[in-house]
Write a protein that binds this ligand. Sequence first.
Ligand SMILES: Nc1ncnc2c1ncn2[C@@H]1O[C@H](COP(=O)(O)OP(=O)(O)OP(=O)(O)O)[C@@H](O)[C@H]1O
Length: 294
Amino acid sequence: MTQHVPLLKITGLGKSYDGPRATGQRHALQGVDTTIEAGEFVAVIGPSGAGKSTFLRCINRLIEPSEGSVVFEGRDITHLRRGDLRAVHTKIAMIFQNYNLVYRLCAIQNVLHGRLGYKNALAGALGLYTEDEKARAFELLDEVGLGEFAYRRADQLSGGQKQRVGIARALIQDPKIILCDEPIASLDPKSSRMVMEHLCRVTRQHGIACVVNLHQVDFALEFSDRIIGLREGEKVFEGTPDEVTPQVIARIYEGDEEALVDVEVAGPAPLASGVPVADVSAVGVGATAPGGAQ
Ligand SMILES: Nc1ncnc2c1ncn2[C@@H]1O[C@H](COP(=O)(O)OP(=O)(O)OP(=O)(O)O)[C@@H](O)[C@H]1O
C-alpha cells in the first residue's frame, strides 16, 4: 500500500533570535508541528508577536528556521541550497500585507512577474513572456474581478485591488500552496471581505492550499477549513472552526490586552465561557481592520 504524502509536513519548527545580553536566545517560534493537505484553507491566528509571520516565513525559508523540518511534497526543503530553493518557490507562492507590487508598472505586468521564477535571468530582465502567459495573466485578472484594470498602473489601484493583483500574481505561478502574511491587515472591512472571498474561491477552484495569517478571528472562522492558534511562539490550538470555543479564544488571547485590541474584542467580558462561539460577535471578536483604501 502506498503511503499518503501530505502536501506540507512541518515538524518541530522553531526560530530563535538573540535577545538582550542577559536573556540569551528568545524563541519567536517553538516546536510547531502540523500538516497541510492539498486544497486546504488554513488560518493562523494569535496575538501580535505570537509568531504568525515567523511561522509562515520559515515554511518557505524567507526566514531560516533554527530547528525542525519542512517537508514539501515529500521532499525535505529545510536545508536546500538557495539555488534549489528557487524551483520550490515557484510552487509556494506568497501574498504580502504591503502587496509587494511594482507601482510604476500596470496590473498585467505585475501579474506576469509571477512567472519570473520559471525564466532565466535574461528573459526575466527583458520581460519576455509567451503569448500563453499573457493570455493567462488576463484570465486571472478577470477571475479576481480586475479584467478592466489590466493596464492601470498599480499605484492607481485601491488597496483591495492591489491585493487582488497580488492574488493573480500568485496564481500565475501555478503554485501548490499560497502563504498569505496578513493579506487584509491594511484594508477596510469591505475590501477585506472581498479579498478573502476572492482568495478562498480561487484557491478552492484551482485546488491550491492556502495558509493565511489573520488578526480577524471572525474571518478565520468563516473562511477556513482549519485554524491554528499560536501564542508566544507555540501552537496552543489546532482544529476546525466548529471547535473554536470561547475557551479556545481565551487560551490563544487571554491576558494579552494589546492583542485583544488588535482583534477588536469588544465588551467587558469577551472571553467569558458559555458563549456560543458560532456567533462570533457574541464573544466580541470583530471583523474590523484598520482603515485603508478599498
Ligand atoms: N528579526 C528579529 N529579531 C529579533 N526578534 C524578532 C525578529 N523578528 C521577529 N522577532 C520577534 O519574534 C516574535 C514573533 O514575531 P512575528 O512577527 O512572527 O509575530 P506575529 O504574530 O506575526 O506578529 P504581528 O501579528 O504583530 O505581525 C516577536 O516577539 C518578535 O518581536
